[in-house]
Structures are given as C-alpha cells and as structure tokens.
Ligand binder design. Structure first.
Ligand SMILES: NC(=O)c1ccc[n+]([C@@H]2O[C@H](COP(=O)([O-])OP(=O)(O)OC[C@H]3O[C@@H](n4cnc5c(N)ncnc54)[C@H](OP(=O)(O)O)[C@@H]3O)[C@@H](O)[C@H]2O)c1
Length: 246
C-alpha cells in the first residue's frame, strides 16, 4: 500500500517535472488520491481543501498559526492536517495558494524557492481596496502573469479564482453530483500542459467540471468584473458564454 503510494507520488512528480503529458491523465483522472498542501485556510482554502478531504485526498492546511486550525482539522478527520506553509509544501504533491494577493511578494520570498517544479493551483485575486499596489500591478500586467512573476519556478495553474467561495461550497457539495443539470464549470488557465492535467483532476475531485480557457495570459478572462467571473453554469454553457470551442 505504502509502496504503491510512494510509486504514484514519484510518478506524479516525475511526470509534472518532465511534462510527460501522456503519463498524467491516468494519475489525474482515475480518482487516485494525492497529498495537497493548502496555503491559507480561510474562505477559499478552507472550502476547497474541505472538498478535497471529503473526496479522500490528504490535505495539509497551512497557516502562520497552525495551532489555530486544530478544531477545523480534527472535525475533518484523519486526512486533514495543519502545518506551516513550508510544511505544507513539503507534504503536498500539489499545492493550492489561497491567500490575500497583497501577501504574494513576501510569501514568494518565503516559499518561492520551495515551490520550484511543483504543481501550484493559484486562486488569488487582487482587489483595489484590499491589495493596493498589487491591484495596480495586476491591472497593468494581468493576474496570471503577475502570479507567474512572484512564483516563476512553480508550475502555476489559475484555478478556483472565478467565483465566490460560497458558490463553490454549494456547487461542489457531494462531489457536484446533486447539481441539477450537471456539474458547475471551473475555468482553469496555465502554461504547463502536465500541470493543467493535474489541475483538471483536482478540479473534478472537488466536484466541478474543468474548462481550460488558455494560458496564464488568458486568466484575465475570468477575473473579477469580467463576464467569465461568477458563472454558475455547466461546462458546455460556460464555453458557449465565453465563445470557447466545445
Ligand atoms: N473569498 C472568496 O470567495 C474568493 C474567491 C476566489 C478567490 N479568492 C482569492 O483567494 C485568496 C484568499 O481569499 P479568502 O477569502 O480565502 O481570504 P481569507 O478568508 O482572509 O483567508 C486567507 C488566508 O490567508 C492567510 N494569510 C493572510 N495573510 C497572509 C500572509 N501575509 N502570508 C501568508 N498567509 C496569509 C490567512 O491565514 P493565517 O492568518 O492563518 O496565516 C488566511 O486564513 C484571495 O487572493 C482572494 O482574492 C477568494
């Protein structure tokens, strides 16, 4: 059992590292469970991390004060743990970043090197009121490119950024199986095909249907205030609304 897991984790790392696209769909799509480090256990990190735990993944929720997460992880059971950001990165086969955008410059200095070669799902959005200068930077350069500037060595995929966490909690409940009309679309964007495959699997496991909208440059198509944001629709409906091919 342990050796199977170790072998699969090694395969995941190797495939992501070498961009062996053909090797990944089986890992990402067959329901294989991995370890996920969630940096920021607030509204979005707590919500999506919980959906992954309920699907059977092992999740380490990271906080600058991990002891404050003890009630949350004990309620989630043995597949949930709390740790520091550094511990969550070491733990995770993949990492999910869900912290206020204004924290990115300092966070990048602290954990950027440890993310080298890792598949990193990035939910961060910049708002004028909360993020100040970072908001201006995102307006000038785009959200995907700004995240890539701060985390240049990670295999970044924008994901779980395109709606309010309450929508994600509702639509992803019970693996999205209860949703009338089919699962909600989850737009994702990234430059690394192998990382996108991992992200597609994790989006499915959270209870959504992934829709690859393009590269990191295209991530602005689902930024706050655009027609792509907050769309509580199925994948075919989402593609039609954004004029993406089926
Ligand atoms: N809320 C939503 O509906 C939603 C939807 C899509 C995307 N997003 C984006 O997701 C990100 C997180 O939003 P949220 O609503 O989940 O925020 P939140 O509830 O305030 O949680 C953010 C977490 O990040 C951690 N954090 C805060 N400052 C940090 C820093 N300087 N360094 C490291 N960690 C820090 C905090 O944990 P500790 O204090 O315990 O360290 C906190 O629990 C934002 O960029 C937001 O735009 C949010």
């Amino acid at each position: 059992m342990r050796s199977d897991r170790t072998t699969r984790r090694a395969a995941l790392t190797l495939a992501a590292g070498l961009s062996l696209v053909a090797a990944l769909p089986a890992l990402a799509q067959d329901g294989e469970k991995i370890r996920i480090g969630v940096i920021g256990a607030g509204n979005i990190g707590g919500t999506i991390g919980t959906l992954w735990v309920k699907d059977g993944h092992e999740v380490m929720f990271a906080s600058r004060h991990p002891e404050q997460l003890s009630a949350m992880v004990s309620e989630l059971g043995p597949k949930a743990k709390a740790g520091t950001p550094e511990e969550a990165i070491t733990f995770g086969d993949a990492v999910f970043i869900a912290v206020p955008y204004k924290a990115y410059p300092d966070l990048a200095k602290e954990i950027g090197p440890a993310l080298k070669g890792k598949v990193v799902l990035d939910a961060g959005n910049a708002t004028q009121k909360r993020d100040g200068a970072l908001y201006d930077e995102v307006q000038a350069n785009g959200i995907g490119m700004t995240s890539a500037k701060y985390f240049p060595d990670a295999k970044l995929v924008r994901a779980f950024s395109s709606a309010n966490y309450k929508i994600f909690a509702k639509e992803g409940a019970n693996g999205g199986r209860d949703r009338a009309g089919g699962r909600m679309a989850m737009p994702i964007a990234g430059d690394d095909p192998a990382a996108l495959k991992v992200a597609e699997g994790l989006v499915r496991d959270a209870g959504f249907d992934p829709v690859v909208i393009g590269t990191l440059k295209d991530a602005d198509r689902v930024a706050i205030g655009t027609p792509g944001f907050g769309q509580e629709v199925t994948a075919p409906e989402f593609r039609a609304k954004l004029g993406l091919g089926q």
